[in-house]
Design a binder for this molecule. Sequence first.
Ligand code: FE2
Ligand code: FE2
Length: 482
Amino acid sequence: MSSPSGVKSKEKAGPPEPAGDLKRELVNGFFVLFRTAELYAPSHPSYQKQAEHLLAVIAGLQEREGSVLLETLDGHLFVNEARLKFDFEGFAASKFVVGLLTSHNLGGFSFEPGLGREELDRFVTLFKKPPDELEGLADLFAREKIARIVPKQKVEKEDPKKLEKLEGSRAAARKTFVTAVSLVETTMATARAGKGANLNAAKRVVQELVDQIVADEAALMELAALKHYDGYTYAHSVNVAVLSISLGTRLGLDKKSLALLGFGALFHDIGKVKLPADLVNKPSQYNEDDWKQMRRHPVFGAKTVILTRGTDDYTGRAVEIAFLHHVNYDKTGYPELSEKTVPGIFPMIVKICDSFNALSSGRIYFNKPFSPDEVIQKLIAGMGTQFDPLLLKIFVSTVGVFPIGSLVLLDTGEVGIVYKTNPENIYRPKVRVIAEPSGTVSEFRVVDLSERDQNSGQFIRNIKRLLNSHDYGLDLSKFLYV
Ligand SMILES: [Fe+2]
Ligand SMILES: [Fe+2]
Protein backbone atom coordinates (compact mmCIF):
# COMPACT_ATOMS: atom_id res chain seq x y z
CA MET A 1 0.00 0.00 0.00
CA SER A 2 2.98 2.29 0.14
CA SER A 3 3.68 2.57 -3.60
CA PRO A 4 1.60 4.73 -5.92
CA SER A 5 0.44 1.68 -7.84
CA GLY A 6 -1.15 0.53 -4.60
CA VAL A 7 -3.62 3.41 -4.76
CA LYS A 8 -7.01 1.85 -5.05
CA SER A 9 -8.72 4.46 -7.14
CA LYS A 10 -8.98 2.19 -10.16
CA GLU A 11 -10.45 -1.28 -10.22
CA LYS A 12 -7.83 -2.87 -12.40
CA ALA A 13 -4.11 -2.74 -11.72
CA GLY A 14 -2.68 -0.62 -14.55
CA PRO A 15 0.34 1.52 -15.21
CA PRO A 16 1.27 3.98 -12.43
CA GLU A 17 -0.96 7.02 -12.41
CA PRO A 18 0.49 10.28 -13.73
CA ALA A 19 1.41 12.74 -10.99
CA GLY A 20 -1.44 15.07 -12.04
CA ASP A 21 -3.99 12.33 -11.41
CA LEU A 22 -2.52 11.61 -7.98
CA LYS A 23 -2.65 15.30 -7.11
CA ARG A 24 -6.31 15.51 -8.02
CA GLU A 25 -6.88 12.27 -6.15
CA LEU A 26 -5.32 13.88 -3.07
CA VAL A 27 -8.03 16.57 -3.18
CA ASN A 28 -10.74 14.05 -3.92
CA GLY A 29 -9.55 11.67 -1.20
CA PHE A 30 -9.47 14.52 1.29
CA PHE A 31 -13.04 15.47 0.40
CA VAL A 32 -14.37 11.89 0.53
CA LEU A 33 -12.67 11.22 3.87
CA PHE A 34 -14.19 14.33 5.47
CA ARG A 35 -17.59 13.49 4.06
CA THR A 36 -17.32 9.92 5.34
CA ALA A 37 -16.24 11.20 8.75
CA GLU A 38 -19.51 13.11 9.00
CA LEU A 39 -21.35 9.77 8.98
CA TYR A 40 -18.98 7.25 10.49
CA ALA A 41 -16.62 7.00 13.45
CA PRO A 42 -12.93 6.35 12.73
CA SER A 43 -13.43 2.72 13.75
CA HIS A 44 -15.98 2.09 10.99
CA PRO A 45 -14.76 0.12 7.93
CA SER A 46 -16.12 2.77 5.49
CA TYR A 47 -14.05 5.46 7.18
CA GLN A 48 -11.01 3.19 7.46
CA LYS A 49 -11.10 2.43 3.75
CA GLN A 50 -11.09 6.13 2.81
CA ALA A 51 -8.39 6.98 5.37
CA GLU A 52 -6.11 4.22 4.03
CA HIS A 53 -6.76 5.43 0.50
CA LEU A 54 -5.79 8.99 1.33
CA LEU A 55 -2.63 7.84 3.12
CA ALA A 56 -1.70 5.76 0.08
CA VAL A 57 -2.16 8.77 -2.21
CA ILE A 58 -0.01 10.95 0.08
CA ALA A 59 2.67 8.23 0.26
CA GLY A 60 2.57 7.87 -3.52
CA LEU A 61 3.10 11.59 -4.01
CA GLN A 62 5.87 11.72 -1.42
CA GLU A 63 7.62 8.88 -3.21
CA ARG A 64 7.47 10.70 -6.53
CA GLU A 65 8.02 14.30 -5.53
CA GLY A 66 9.57 14.14 -2.07
CA SER A 67 6.99 16.42 -0.44
CA VAL A 68 3.28 17.12 -0.52
CA LEU A 69 2.09 20.69 -0.19
CA LEU A 70 -1.60 21.38 -0.80
CA GLU A 71 -2.39 25.09 -1.08
CA THR A 72 -5.15 27.43 -2.15
CA LEU A 73 -4.82 30.81 -3.75
CA ASP A 74 -7.62 32.95 -5.08
CA GLY A 75 -10.03 30.03 -5.23
CA HIS A 76 -7.61 27.69 -7.01
CA LEU A 77 -5.81 24.65 -5.65
CA PHE A 78 -2.13 23.88 -6.03
CA VAL A 79 -0.23 20.73 -5.11
CA ASN A 80 3.53 21.20 -5.01
CA GLU A 81 3.14 24.46 -6.92
CA ALA A 82 1.21 22.90 -9.80
CA ARG A 83 -2.23 24.34 -10.29
CA LEU A 84 -4.90 21.66 -10.43
CA LYS A 85 -7.65 21.69 -13.01
CA PHE A 86 -10.77 19.77 -12.25
CA ASP A 87 -13.29 18.29 -14.56
CA PHE A 88 -16.93 18.49 -13.76
CA GLU A 89 -16.90 15.58 -11.31
CA GLY A 90 -13.95 17.01 -9.40
CA PHE A 91 -15.64 20.35 -8.83
CA ALA A 92 -17.35 19.49 -5.54
CA ALA A 93 -14.12 18.13 -4.05
CA SER A 94 -12.05 21.17 -4.98
CA LYS A 95 -14.77 23.51 -3.74
CA PHE A 96 -14.88 21.67 -0.43
CA VAL A 97 -11.11 21.83 0.13
CA VAL A 98 -10.91 25.51 -0.83
CA GLY A 99 -13.86 26.18 1.51
CA LEU A 100 -12.29 24.29 4.39
CA LEU A 101 -9.01 26.18 4.07
CA THR A 102 -10.54 29.62 3.61
CA SER A 103 -13.02 29.20 6.45
CA HIS A 104 -10.05 28.54 8.75
CA ASN A 105 -8.09 31.36 7.19
CA LEU A 106 -5.41 28.93 6.09
CA GLY A 107 -3.28 28.84 2.96
CA GLY A 108 -2.80 25.09 2.92
CA PHE A 109 -1.36 21.97 4.54
CA SER A 110 1.90 20.16 4.02
CA PHE A 111 1.93 16.42 4.61
CA GLU A 112 5.19 15.20 6.06
CA PRO A 113 6.72 11.71 5.69
CA GLY A 114 5.66 9.17 8.30
CA LEU A 115 2.06 10.32 8.58
CA GLY A 116 0.01 7.44 9.95
CA ARG A 117 -3.61 6.53 10.56
CA GLU A 118 -3.94 7.69 14.15
CA GLU A 119 -2.50 11.11 13.44
CA LEU A 120 -4.71 11.48 10.39
CA ASP A 121 -7.76 10.49 12.45
CA ARG A 122 -6.98 13.12 15.08
CA PHE A 123 -6.60 15.70 12.33
CA VAL A 124 -9.96 14.81 10.74
CA THR A 125 -11.72 14.79 14.13
CA LEU A 126 -10.23 18.19 14.95
CA PHE A 127 -11.48 19.75 11.72
CA LYS A 128 -15.00 18.49 12.29
CA LYS A 129 -15.31 21.37 14.76
CA PRO A 130 -16.53 24.72 13.43
CA PRO A 131 -13.83 27.29 12.57
CA ASP A 132 -14.49 29.51 15.61
CA GLU A 133 -13.66 26.61 17.96
CA LEU A 134 -10.31 26.18 16.27
CA GLU A 135 -8.70 29.44 17.35
CA GLY A 136 -4.97 29.11 17.91
CA LEU A 137 -4.60 26.22 15.50
CA ALA A 138 -0.88 25.78 16.14
CA ASP A 139 -1.52 25.08 19.85
CA LEU A 140 -4.35 22.68 19.03
CA PHE A 141 -2.14 20.77 16.63
CA ALA A 142 0.55 20.52 19.30
CA ARG A 143 -1.95 19.38 21.93
CA GLU A 144 -3.39 16.75 19.60
CA LYS A 145 0.14 15.66 18.66
CA ILE A 146 -0.38 16.37 14.98
CA ALA A 147 3.10 17.03 13.68
CA ARG A 148 3.11 15.48 10.25
CA ILE A 149 0.34 17.66 8.88
CA VAL A 150 1.50 21.25 9.05
CA PRO A 151 -0.94 24.13 8.48
CA LYS A 152 0.39 26.88 6.22
CA GLN A 153 -0.39 30.55 6.50
CA LYS A 154 -2.47 32.20 3.82
CA VAL A 155 -0.28 33.25 0.91
CA GLU A 156 -0.57 36.89 0.02
CA LYS A 157 -2.36 37.47 -3.25
CA GLU A 158 0.57 39.29 -4.74
CA ASP A 159 2.77 36.17 -4.71
CA PRO A 160 4.23 36.65 -8.20
CA LYS A 161 4.75 32.95 -8.91
CA LYS A 162 1.14 32.07 -8.26
CA LEU A 163 -0.17 35.12 -10.03
CA GLU A 164 1.87 34.12 -13.05
CA LYS A 165 0.00 30.83 -13.16
CA LEU A 166 -3.33 32.62 -12.95
CA GLU A 167 -2.20 34.95 -15.70
CA GLY A 168 -1.45 31.84 -17.77
CA SER A 169 -5.06 30.76 -17.61
CA ARG A 170 -6.16 34.29 -18.48
CA ALA A 171 -3.92 34.32 -21.54
CA ALA A 172 -5.34 30.96 -22.63
CA ALA A 173 -8.87 32.29 -22.14
CA ARG A 174 -8.13 35.36 -24.19
CA LYS A 175 -6.68 33.22 -27.00
CA THR A 176 -9.73 30.95 -27.10
CA PHE A 177 -12.01 33.97 -27.03
CA VAL A 178 -10.28 35.62 -29.97
CA THR A 179 -10.26 32.33 -31.92
CA ALA A 180 -13.97 31.90 -31.26
CA VAL A 181 -14.77 35.44 -32.39
CA SER A 182 -12.92 35.03 -35.68
CA LEU A 183 -14.47 31.62 -36.19
CA VAL A 184 -17.98 32.99 -35.82
CA GLU A 185 -17.03 35.75 -38.25
CA THR A 186 -15.81 33.28 -40.91
CA THR A 187 -18.75 30.92 -40.43
CA MET A 188 -21.22 33.76 -40.81
CA ALA A 189 -19.43 35.05 -43.89
CA THR A 190 -19.64 31.59 -45.49
CA ALA A 191 -23.31 31.35 -44.60
CA ARG A 192 -23.91 34.84 -46.00
CA ALA A 193 -22.39 33.73 -49.30
CA GLY A 194 -25.02 31.01 -49.37
CA LYS A 195 -22.57 28.20 -48.85
CA GLY A 196 -22.95 25.44 -46.30
CA ALA A 197 -20.46 26.35 -43.59
CA ASN A 198 -18.27 23.66 -42.07
CA LEU A 199 -18.98 23.60 -38.39
CA ASN A 200 -16.27 21.17 -37.26
CA ALA A 201 -13.86 23.92 -36.25
CA ALA A 202 -16.64 25.46 -34.17
CA LYS A 203 -17.11 22.18 -32.30
CA ARG A 204 -13.44 22.23 -31.33
CA VAL A 205 -13.52 25.82 -30.13
CA VAL A 206 -16.67 25.18 -28.09
CA GLN A 207 -14.93 22.25 -26.45
CA GLU A 208 -12.09 24.58 -25.47
CA LEU A 209 -14.54 27.12 -24.09
CA VAL A 210 -16.21 24.41 -22.00
CA ASP A 211 -12.88 23.09 -20.66
CA GLN A 212 -11.70 26.56 -19.72
CA ILE A 213 -14.95 27.55 -18.05
CA VAL A 214 -15.04 24.35 -16.01
CA ALA A 215 -11.39 24.87 -14.98
CA ASP A 216 -11.47 28.61 -14.36
CA GLU A 217 -14.81 30.29 -14.89
CA ALA A 218 -13.65 33.78 -14.01
CA ALA A 219 -11.09 34.16 -16.79
CA LEU A 220 -13.65 33.93 -19.59
CA MET A 221 -16.41 35.67 -17.63
CA GLU A 222 -14.10 38.66 -17.31
CA LEU A 223 -13.74 38.78 -21.06
CA ALA A 224 -17.48 38.51 -21.49
CA ALA A 225 -17.81 41.57 -19.27
CA LEU A 226 -15.91 43.77 -21.68
CA LYS A 227 -17.95 45.85 -24.02
CA HIS A 228 -15.71 47.51 -26.52
CA TYR A 229 -15.32 45.31 -29.52
CA ASP A 230 -15.44 45.76 -33.23
CA GLY A 231 -18.04 43.63 -34.90
CA TYR A 232 -20.72 43.47 -32.26
CA THR A 233 -22.47 40.36 -33.58
CA TYR A 234 -19.39 38.13 -33.46
CA ALA A 235 -18.22 39.12 -29.98
CA HIS A 236 -21.83 39.06 -28.82
CA SER A 237 -22.17 35.47 -30.04
CA VAL A 238 -19.09 34.37 -28.11
CA ASN A 239 -20.18 36.27 -25.00
CA VAL A 240 -23.57 34.59 -25.11
CA ALA A 241 -21.86 31.20 -25.49
CA VAL A 242 -19.58 31.88 -22.49
CA LEU A 243 -22.47 33.05 -20.32
CA SER A 244 -24.65 30.11 -21.40
CA ILE A 245 -21.94 27.56 -20.63
CA SER A 246 -21.39 29.17 -17.21
CA LEU A 247 -25.08 29.03 -16.44
CA GLY A 248 -25.14 25.43 -17.69
CA THR A 249 -22.37 24.44 -15.27
CA ARG A 250 -24.41 25.89 -12.39
CA LEU A 251 -27.31 23.72 -13.50
CA GLY A 252 -25.11 20.63 -13.34
CA LEU A 253 -25.10 19.88 -17.07
CA ASP A 254 -22.45 17.38 -18.15
CA LYS A 255 -19.64 18.37 -20.50
CA LYS A 256 -21.33 17.01 -23.61
CA SER A 257 -24.50 18.97 -22.92
CA LEU A 258 -22.43 22.08 -22.19
CA ALA A 259 -20.74 21.69 -25.58
CA LEU A 260 -24.10 21.34 -27.35
CA LEU A 261 -25.44 24.37 -25.49
CA GLY A 262 -22.33 26.45 -26.22
CA PHE A 263 -22.39 25.48 -29.87
CA GLY A 264 -26.02 26.51 -30.29
CA ALA A 265 -25.38 29.74 -28.37
CA LEU A 266 -22.46 30.58 -30.65
CA PHE A 267 -24.79 30.54 -33.67
CA HIS A 268 -28.03 31.77 -32.14
CA ASP A 269 -28.01 34.90 -34.35
CA ILE A 270 -26.67 33.25 -37.50
CA GLY A 271 -29.96 34.12 -39.24
CA LYS A 272 -28.90 37.78 -39.23
CA VAL A 273 -26.65 37.02 -42.21
CA LYS A 274 -29.82 36.78 -44.30
CA LEU A 275 -30.84 40.32 -43.37
CA PRO A 276 -29.50 43.43 -45.13
CA ALA A 277 -26.24 44.52 -43.49
CA ASP A 278 -27.38 48.15 -43.25
CA LEU A 279 -30.37 47.03 -41.20
CA VAL A 280 -28.29 44.91 -38.80
CA ASN A 281 -25.79 47.76 -38.36
CA LYS A 282 -28.31 50.61 -38.40
CA PRO A 283 -27.02 53.19 -35.92
CA SER A 284 -30.38 54.82 -35.23
CA GLN A 285 -33.50 53.45 -33.51
CA TYR A 286 -35.42 50.75 -35.36
CA ASN A 287 -38.82 51.65 -36.77
CA GLU A 288 -41.72 49.20 -36.97
CA ASP A 289 -40.71 48.07 -40.45
CA ASP A 290 -37.14 47.41 -39.32
CA TRP A 291 -38.43 45.31 -36.45
CA LYS A 292 -40.67 43.34 -38.78
CA GLN A 293 -37.64 42.32 -40.80
CA MET A 294 -35.49 41.77 -37.75
CA ARG A 295 -38.03 39.37 -36.27
CA ARG A 296 -37.38 37.00 -39.14
CA HIS A 297 -33.82 36.16 -38.06
CA PRO A 298 -34.77 33.13 -35.91
CA VAL A 299 -36.48 31.41 -38.86
CA PHE A 300 -33.61 32.36 -41.18
CA GLY A 301 -31.23 31.05 -38.53
CA ALA A 302 -32.84 27.64 -38.33
CA LYS A 303 -32.78 27.38 -42.13
CA THR A 304 -29.14 28.47 -42.32
CA VAL A 305 -28.03 25.88 -39.79
CA ILE A 306 -29.92 23.15 -41.63
CA LEU A 307 -28.00 24.11 -44.79
CA THR A 308 -24.64 23.48 -43.11
CA ARG A 309 -22.84 20.29 -43.90
CA GLY A 310 -23.76 17.33 -41.75
CA THR A 311 -26.71 16.93 -39.42
CA ASP A 312 -25.94 15.71 -35.93
CA ASP A 313 -26.90 16.51 -32.36
CA TYR A 314 -24.87 19.74 -32.54
CA THR A 315 -26.71 21.13 -35.52
CA GLY A 316 -29.99 19.81 -34.10
CA ARG A 317 -29.50 21.86 -30.94
CA ALA A 318 -28.30 24.87 -32.95
CA VAL A 319 -31.51 24.78 -35.02
CA GLU A 320 -33.59 24.63 -31.84
CA ILE A 321 -31.72 27.53 -30.22
CA ALA A 322 -31.67 29.74 -33.34
CA PHE A 323 -35.39 29.14 -33.87
CA LEU A 324 -36.61 29.62 -30.31
CA HIS A 325 -34.30 32.15 -28.60
CA HIS A 326 -36.81 35.01 -28.99
CA VAL A 327 -39.81 33.01 -27.81
CA ASN A 328 -40.75 34.04 -24.29
CA TYR A 329 -41.40 31.88 -21.27
CA ASP A 330 -45.09 32.85 -21.49
CA LYS A 331 -45.04 31.70 -25.14
CA THR A 332 -45.29 35.21 -26.61
CA GLY A 333 -42.44 36.63 -28.68
CA TYR A 334 -41.37 35.53 -32.13
CA PRO A 335 -41.66 33.50 -34.31
CA GLU A 336 -45.28 32.84 -33.49
CA LEU A 337 -45.73 29.19 -32.71
CA SER A 338 -48.92 27.34 -33.52
CA GLU A 339 -48.20 24.87 -30.78
CA LYS A 340 -48.14 26.84 -27.56
CA THR A 341 -45.48 24.92 -25.67
CA VAL A 342 -42.78 26.46 -23.54
CA PRO A 343 -39.39 26.35 -25.30
CA GLY A 344 -36.91 23.85 -23.89
CA ILE A 345 -34.19 24.67 -21.38
CA PHE A 346 -31.45 25.36 -23.98
CA PRO A 347 -33.23 28.21 -25.80
CA MET A 348 -34.39 29.57 -22.42
CA ILE A 349 -30.80 29.67 -21.14
CA VAL A 350 -29.57 31.39 -24.31
CA LYS A 351 -32.46 33.86 -24.17
CA ILE A 352 -31.41 35.09 -20.72
CA CYS A 353 -27.72 35.35 -21.64
CA ASP A 354 -28.58 37.02 -24.97
CA SER A 355 -30.70 39.68 -23.29
CA PHE A 356 -28.10 40.24 -20.57
CA ASN A 357 -25.30 40.78 -23.06
CA ALA A 358 -27.36 42.89 -25.46
CA LEU A 359 -28.54 45.19 -22.65
CA SER A 360 -25.12 45.60 -21.11
CA SER A 361 -23.29 46.21 -24.39
CA GLY A 362 -25.41 49.14 -25.42
CA ARG A 363 -26.29 47.41 -28.64
CA ILE A 364 -26.79 49.82 -31.51
CA TYR A 365 -30.54 49.97 -31.23
CA PHE A 366 -30.41 51.15 -27.65
CA ASN A 367 -29.33 54.68 -26.94
CA LYS A 368 -26.78 53.91 -24.29
CA PRO A 369 -25.68 50.82 -22.41
CA PHE A 370 -27.38 50.23 -19.09
CA SER A 371 -25.29 49.99 -15.95
CA PRO A 372 -24.87 46.41 -14.65
CA ASP A 373 -27.46 46.80 -11.90
CA GLU A 374 -29.96 48.32 -14.34
CA VAL A 375 -29.47 45.31 -16.59
CA ILE A 376 -30.19 42.92 -13.72
CA GLN A 377 -33.29 44.96 -12.79
CA LYS A 378 -34.51 44.80 -16.38
CA LEU A 379 -34.07 41.06 -16.50
CA ILE A 380 -35.84 40.59 -13.18
CA ALA A 381 -38.75 42.68 -14.51
CA GLY A 382 -39.21 39.97 -17.17
CA MET A 383 -39.15 37.09 -14.68
CA GLY A 384 -41.98 34.66 -15.39
CA THR A 385 -43.09 36.46 -18.56
CA GLN A 386 -40.01 36.67 -20.76
CA PHE A 387 -37.72 34.48 -18.73
CA ASP A 388 -37.93 31.17 -16.91
CA PRO A 389 -37.94 32.26 -13.23
CA LEU A 390 -35.75 29.46 -11.92
CA LEU A 391 -33.13 29.85 -14.65
CA LEU A 392 -33.12 33.60 -14.14
CA LYS A 393 -32.55 33.26 -10.39
CA ILE A 394 -29.61 30.97 -11.01
CA PHE A 395 -28.28 33.31 -13.69
CA VAL A 396 -28.40 36.27 -11.32
CA SER A 397 -26.46 34.25 -8.76
CA THR A 398 -23.92 33.40 -11.50
CA VAL A 399 -23.25 36.94 -12.66
CA GLY A 400 -23.98 38.39 -9.23
CA VAL A 401 -26.14 41.31 -8.27
CA PHE A 402 -23.00 43.25 -9.05
CA PRO A 403 -21.77 41.63 -12.27
CA ILE A 404 -18.11 41.70 -13.25
CA GLY A 405 -17.33 45.15 -14.55
CA SER A 406 -19.64 47.05 -12.18
CA LEU A 407 -18.11 50.25 -10.88
CA VAL A 408 -18.62 50.54 -7.14
CA LEU A 409 -17.96 53.01 -4.34
CA LEU A 410 -16.97 51.29 -1.10
CA ASP A 411 -17.69 52.63 2.38
CA THR A 412 -13.94 52.98 2.89
CA GLY A 413 -13.94 55.65 0.17
CA GLU A 414 -12.18 53.38 -2.28
CA VAL A 415 -13.56 53.12 -5.82
CA GLY A 416 -13.31 49.79 -7.55
CA ILE A 417 -14.49 47.49 -10.27
CA VAL A 418 -16.12 44.14 -9.57
CA TYR A 419 -13.42 41.70 -10.52
CA LYS A 420 -14.85 38.36 -9.58
CA THR A 421 -18.31 37.35 -8.43
CA ASN A 422 -18.82 35.34 -5.26
CA PRO A 423 -21.37 32.54 -5.74
CA GLU A 424 -21.52 31.97 -1.95
CA ASN A 425 -22.62 35.55 -1.34
CA ILE A 426 -23.68 37.46 -4.43
CA TYR A 427 -23.58 40.74 -2.51
CA ARG A 428 -19.90 40.36 -1.65
CA PRO A 429 -17.78 40.03 -4.78
CA LYS A 430 -14.05 40.65 -5.16
CA VAL A 431 -13.26 44.17 -6.22
CA ARG A 432 -10.24 45.61 -7.93
CA VAL A 433 -9.53 48.97 -6.32
CA ILE A 434 -8.81 51.61 -8.95
CA ALA A 435 -8.84 54.75 -6.84
CA GLU A 436 -7.85 55.33 -3.25
CA PRO A 437 -10.01 57.43 -0.89
CA SER A 438 -7.61 60.31 -1.60
CA GLY A 439 -8.52 60.08 -5.29
CA THR A 440 -5.14 58.78 -6.40
CA VAL A 441 -5.04 55.88 -8.81
CA SER A 442 -4.12 52.70 -6.99
CA GLU A 443 -1.69 49.94 -7.82
CA PHE A 444 -3.07 46.53 -8.73
CA ARG A 445 -4.98 45.50 -5.61
CA VAL A 446 -7.92 43.14 -5.24
CA VAL A 447 -10.04 43.23 -2.08
CA ASP A 448 -12.47 40.55 -1.01
CA LEU A 449 -15.73 42.02 0.28
CA SER A 450 -16.50 38.82 2.17
CA GLU A 451 -13.45 39.39 4.38
CA ARG A 452 -14.26 40.11 8.01
CA ASP A 453 -12.32 41.90 10.68
CA GLN A 454 -10.79 39.22 12.90
CA ASN A 455 -11.63 40.97 16.15
CA SER A 456 -15.07 42.48 15.55
CA GLY A 457 -16.32 39.88 13.04
CA GLN A 458 -17.69 42.76 10.93
CA PHE A 459 -17.14 42.98 7.20
CA ILE A 460 -14.13 45.16 6.46
CA ARG A 461 -15.62 46.77 3.35
CA ASN A 462 -19.14 47.24 2.03
CA ILE A 463 -20.50 48.51 -1.26
CA LYS A 464 -21.92 51.96 -0.57
CA ARG A 465 -23.36 52.47 -4.04
CA LEU A 466 -22.95 51.66 -7.68
CA LEU A 467 -21.45 54.23 -9.98
CA ASN A 468 -22.10 54.41 -13.69
CA SER A 469 -18.84 53.99 -15.61
CA HIS A 470 -20.34 55.75 -18.64
CA ASP A 471 -20.79 58.88 -16.56
CA TYR A 472 -17.10 58.74 -15.74
CA GLY A 473 -16.02 57.91 -19.30
CA LEU A 474 -14.03 54.94 -18.05
CA ASP A 475 -12.85 52.13 -20.28
CA LEU A 476 -13.20 49.29 -17.84
CA SER A 477 -11.32 46.85 -20.04
CA LYS A 478 -8.12 48.70 -19.10
CA PHE A 479 -8.63 47.79 -15.47
CA LEU A 480 -10.08 44.34 -15.78
CA TYR A 481 -7.59 43.02 -18.22
CA VAL A 482 -4.07 44.18 -17.67
FE1 FE2 B 1 -31.42 37.02 -31.76
FE1 FE2 C 1 -28.42 37.73 -29.87
